[in-house]
Design a protein around this ligand. Structure first.
Ligand code: HEM
Ligand SMILES: *[C@@H]1O[C@H](CO)[C@@H](O)[C@H](O)[C@H]1NC(C)=O
Length: 450
């Protein structure tokens, strides 16, 4: 807000200064303030000035010579990632990679200016997003998960990971092979034609913008986009310093059943309230993961509530099965509302009664446990028209942990009259933007297209 008014102010001051200059040199001519400095409703200062901003862009692979900073003058290297704005990743002949400010690169300013038309990228993304042949008719949910998983590796302790890099695009790299990322290759492939059409845009920017467009297109909040993420030239992703699982260090992404007791016998693994024993350790795991990124409890609930309303789990990706809410391609607060209102029951692969009542899409793969809001007729379920919904154990934790639950209850209230909640909309937009900008170093100060 402060920055925005500062921008507005400087745009205004510029207008006045140029008016003063012009009027003193050409006394007879009155120069009106430029119309682009006057904002329309809903427009940001950056909308107004964005299209006037031009930056010289170097192509990835291009060999460049540096004129500065002094210690590096004369060094040669290869551009390894496009960055709109003020810096490029340059790999030197000795292998080191540095972010070099554009004005330090020989030739800056002598070539024709290149520019990415982000409004055109947005339009292309939006046009391709709805696809009757994919899942529930939209690639949106998968794209929202891609941006989350490419950002969710950030660690504030080492300032590593995050959305910059996009190492997941290297199919043989560790990030692509992370079991937590199963299925995301579909999203990367789906975006490739748009990436090809805008070669100056980095993969890491493309993935984040695609998620913002998806959220907005499906009725969620608009998130202001800042370009400038730099792709890594090789498959080396963030360290695998997550908890040890089955004797091996895991990635930094959260695990849906971490810390729970093993077993599928409801009489043995559940407490009197139907919670899987050990759930407190899972709650701690979620805090460990999201605190490492710099989030607090409220932001965790906002991210989960605004994230797990889209799309579904796929037995062939994660082993879990089914959607969280009934309308999984439309923004709402249903996740929080249903979690609190519905009865939830643990199920595993052997719960074949789900198939019997026509809810086979909710039966997880062998070895997995999740919750569904259906009970078999013998336990009081009608078996008729209960909605088909699921929750991961990591979702249920928000209901069971008193601090998480407080925020969940707040978001569950429909205070808009349209299955929505003002605070959720605001908090999710802020938290998702924060998530997708974690660890970035070269974002432009001013978004070109919101
Ligand atoms: C503890 C944290 C989380 C865990 C354990 C978790 C786990 C999962 C799992 C297991 C799936 C199913 C993948 C599949 O089978 O295709 C999934 C899907 C999804 N997740 Fe999460 N998730 C977490 C947090 C988030 C957050 C913070 C967001 C976004 C803000 C998010 C967005 C999504 C979306 C949109 C899908 C659906 C993708 C599709 O329809 O293909 N998740 N998540
Ligand atoms: C690699 O080259 C760059 C540019 O000349 C230099 O600044 C950097 O210190 C070198 N790195 C190593 C490890 O020699």
């Amino acid at each position: 807000m402060a920055r925005r008014s500062a921008l507005l102010l400087s745009a205004g001051v510029l207008g006045i200064v140029s008016w003063l200059l012009t009027s003193s040199f050409q006394l007879q001519t009155f120069v009106a303030p430029r119309p682009s400095t006057i904002l329309r409703r809903g427009q940001t200062a950056c909308h107004a000035i964005g299209t006037k901003t031009r930056e010289l862009l170097f192509q990835p692979g291009q060999r460049v010579t540096l004129k500065g900073p002094p210690a590096m003058a004369g060094s040669q290297g290869i551009v390894v990632g496009p960055a709109l704005g003020n810096a490029f990743a340059i790999q030197f002949d000795n292998g080191s990679i540095f972010h070099i400010e554009t004005h330090n690169i020989e030739g800056a300013g002598t070539q024709a200016a290149a520019q990415i038309d982000f409004n055109a990228v947005r339009a292309d993304l939006k046009n391709l997003m709805d696809d009757p042949n994919w899942d529930d008719g939209s690639y949106g949910p998968l794209l929202i998960r891609l941006a989350w998983h490419s950002s969710g590796t950030y660690s504030k302790y080492t300032n590593t990971g995050g959305s910059e890099g996009a190492a997941m695009r290297f199919v043989h790299g560790a990030e692509a092979k992370d079991p937590e990322n199963a299925g995301l290759a579909h999203a990367i492939k789906y975006l490739q034609p748009i990436k090809d059409k805008y070669p100056l845009m980095s993969y890491s920017d493309m993935w984040i913008l695609a998620a913002y467009v998806a959220i907005e297109h499906m009725g969620g909040p608009s998130i202001e986009f800042k370009p400038g993420r730099v792709d890594t030239p090789n498959e080396k992703g963030p360290e695998w310093d997550g908890p040890v699982i089955d004797g091996k260090a895991s990635s930094r992404l959260p695990h849906a059943e971490y810390g729970l007791v093993e077993g599928f016998d409801r009489d043995k693994v559940l407490d009197s309230e139907g919670r899987i024993l050990g759930w407190e350790r899972l709650a701690q795991h979620m805090r460990d993961v999201f605190y490492r990124m710099g989030f607090n409890d409220r932001e965790i609930v906002a991210l989960m509530t605004g994230g797990h309303l889209w799309g579904r789990c796929h037995p062939e990706h994660s082993g879990y099965a089914g959607p969280w809410v009934e309308e999984m391609t439309k923004w709402s607060n249903e996740y929080a509302a249903d979690m609190i209102e519905d009865p939830w029951r643990m199920v595993s692969h052997s719960d074949t009664w789900l198939d019997t009542i026509g809810a086979e899409e909710l039966r997880p793969a062998p070895g997995k446990r999740q919750y569904v809001n259906k009970f078999p007729p013998a336990e009081g379920g009608s078996g008729l028209d209960d909605p088909n919904q699921m929750m991961l154990v990591a979702d249920m934790v928000l209901l069971w942990d008193p601090a998480f639950r407080q925020t969940l209850e707040e978001y569950a209230v429909d205070d808009t009259g349209s299955d929505d909640n003002h605070a959720l909309r605001r908090d999710f937009a802020a938290a998702y933007k924060k998530l997708t900008e974690l660890g970035t170093r070269t974002l432009t100060a001013c978004p070109f297209a919101h």
